[in-house]
Design a protein around this ligand. Structure first.
Ligand code: R5P
Length: 302
């Protein structure tokens, strides 16, 4: 029996999320965490259950904006489940914020993601599931089972249904290359990584796709996160410059901050596809990830 505790940051998905749990984890039961904010701004959560003894407990909470609040709520929920008798709590954080600060880039900085992983463990999480984390290696720093689920097939299936002809999958940088390779595999398409070249005299930056002709083709740019849209917009402009017929963006986590939608539109990006790991943003088409993810977790076992 799996008891699924749905956290406050998942409220926007409501019955859609409950349905995914029911279909993928038959025999499980769902409980929504209660939450409020104290007058001074502190977070309060409660798991409305008598006991969680002898149950596999899965707490679902995406670390959406405001990320610090979502994360504190998650820690408090894990602790509440432990106090209700759960032997080892498993956490599913579809979007794991702070994962981009995975090393000290400048002396004096923290390794933020390590701090989050340690905090989760010490609150009582014995397993952690997430979706397409920025650098999967960071999960080895969690002292428990950590599973990075990469559903490249889901975004690819949506695109494949619209035709695979002339498609080329594009990684905007080296970090996105594995994602592009995976999506290209499911699409049966070619893939390429964009390179940047800076003219040492003029300082001008040129973006190019070495060894692949994109002229007249439909380019799908793949990345883990779209935040300001800057990375994708630059790649899209470069691809149109190389003669691409149409540019589409696909990502796992659509943060879409500020005027990112406008920036993408202005660069000629025709569509933005994303997994629904974060609350919806205007102009983004979503592909549901939850049923697929819960099935994967069921296969993993307790
Ligand atoms: C960075 O390494 C990530 O993989 C994304 O490329 C980045 O977060 C995208 O950010 P933005 O949309 O602000 O360019």
């Amino acid at each position: 029996m799996v008891r699924v505790v749905l956290g406050p940051s998942m409220r926007w998905l409501g019955e859609q999320l409950e349905g995914a749990v029911r279909r993928a984890l038959p025999g499980s039961s769902v409980v929504w965490a209660q939450h409020k904010e104290f007058p001074d701004g502190e977070a309060y959560v409660r798991v409305p259950a008598e006991t969680l003894k002898e149950e596999r407990v899965l707490v679902v909470q995406t670390i959406s904006s405001p990320q610090d609040r979502s994360f504190i709520q998650l820690l408090l929920l894990v602790d509440a489940c432990v106090r209700l008798g759960a032997g080892g709590v498993e956490v599913f954080a579809p979007y794991l914020a702070y994962s981009r600060q995975d090393k000290v880039f400048l002396r004096g900085e923290p390794v933020s993601i390590e701090v989050l992983l340690r905090a989760l463990r010490s609150a009582g999480a014995r397993a952690l599931y997430t979706i397409d984390v920025h650098s999967p290696d960071v999960l080895t720093r969690f002292e428990g089972r950590a599973v990075n689920m990469v559903p490249a097939n889901l975004l690819a299936e949506r695109l494949a249904a619209e035709g695979r002809e002339d498609v080329v999958v594009v990684a905007p940088d080296k970090g996105a290359l594995e994602r592009a390779r995976a999506m290209a595999f499911y699409l049966g398409a070619e893939y390429v990584q964009l390179e940047k070249r800076r003219d040492r005299v003029t300082g001008e930056v040129t973006v190019y796709a070495e060894g692949l002709e994109v002229r007249g083709r439909r380019a799908v740019i793949v990345d883990d996160i779209i935040s300001t849209g800057g990375t994708i917009a630059l790649a899209a402009s470069a691809l149109y410059g190389m003669g691409a017929r149409e540019v589409i963006a696909a990502c796992s986590h659509a943060l879409m901050v500020g005027d990112s939608s406008r920036r993408l539109r202005e660069s000629g990006v025709r569509r933005v596809l994303a997994l629904n790991t974060l609350p919806p943003r205007e102009g983004v088409e979503y592909v549901d990830v939850y049923e697929w993810a819960f099935r994967r977790m069921a296969e993993e076992g307790p």
